[in-house]
Design a protein around this ligand. Structure first.
Ligand SMILES: [Zn+2]
Length: 264
């Protein structure tokens, strides 16, 4: 503990030193940053048991336990198909929200879904990852999934000027009307993301190599199609519900089929 106090004092002294010398050269600033990092590392390594938050302990116990169960119940045969490489069938962009997970629409997402997650299920804030799935892993489907009660949508529809720079950056690319943070804006954001993807992957869509699908995972039944429904609201830019219902891809999704899960 004593060591920890000295570490904090040292950290404060380093900050004061930095503040006193605004004209410092970049190399000096870099040296200060490295020193501060070293202090924090030293401080963290000396933290005693009192610093272990009860919630941290509980969550890590659960994670460890669940991983041990997973290892016990999944043997070499399970991993065999993908130990040497991945072959996903869809690139999926979802919100990072903890209530949204791929198991709601894929019982075995391992080696099947290349999932990119961020606040507001956006392409522009994770563009490289999305490109990797579509252009390098050649998934035939790009599925963009919004969800009911999305905090990012709510935040983007309000004043978020007090947020930190990185959060502001990720919220500012969500183009929805102010004051409208409900399901209507969730749907609008999905349409906007599909539009963005259409422009980005235009050639692949035209050639039929890629289908871009916009959907809403509705765990609150806001769209009145059933709680937990993955409602398809956009296919390659088509948003008219009547026309969507006639599309083969939508009909295939709606069919409760017992066909093989891997037709490709
Ligand atoms: Zn969300």
């Amino acid at each position: 503990m004593k060591k920890g106090i000295w570490a904090v004092l040292w950290l404060l002294a380093a900050q004061v030193w930095a503040a006193d010398m605004p004209g410092k050269a970049d190399a000096d600033n870099e040296r200060i940053r490295a020193m501060v990092k070293e202090v924090l590392r030293e401080y963290a390594s000396n933290l005693g048991p009192k610093h272990l938050n009860a919630d941290t302990k509980a969550v890590m116990q659960n994670i460890g336990q669940d991983n041990r169960t997973f290892m016990r119940t999944h043997k070499a045969n399970y991993f065999k198909p993908f130990v040497d490489g991945q072959h996903p069938r869809a690139t999926v962009i979802t919100c990072a929200d903890s209530r949204v997970h791929a198991h709601a629409f894929d019982a075995s997402p391992d080696n099947d879904l290349f999932v990119v997650r961020n606040i507001g299920n956006q392409i522009s804030t994770a563009e490289g990852s999305v490109e990797y799935g579509v252009d390098h892993l050649h998934t035939p489907v790009l599925l963009i999934v919004g969800h009911s009660a999305c905090g990012a949508i709510k935040a983007a529809s309000a004043d978020f000027s007090q947020e930190s720079g990185p959060i502001k950056n990720e919220l500012s690319s969500i183009q929805i009307p102010k004051g409208e943070g409900g399901i209507g804006s969730v749907v609008l954001n999905v349409h906007n993301q599909v539009k963005y993807a259409m422009a980005k992957f235009e050639e692949k869509v035209i050639s039929g190599e890629l289908t871009i699908i916009g959907a809403v995972y509705d765990f609150r039944d806001d769209l009145k199609q059933g709680q937990g429904k993955l409602a398809i609201i956009n296919v390659n830019g088509e948003t008219d519900p009547k026309k969507l219902a006639q599309l083969e891809v939508v009909q295939a999704t709606e069919q409760a089929s017992a066909r093989s899960r891997r037709p490709y």
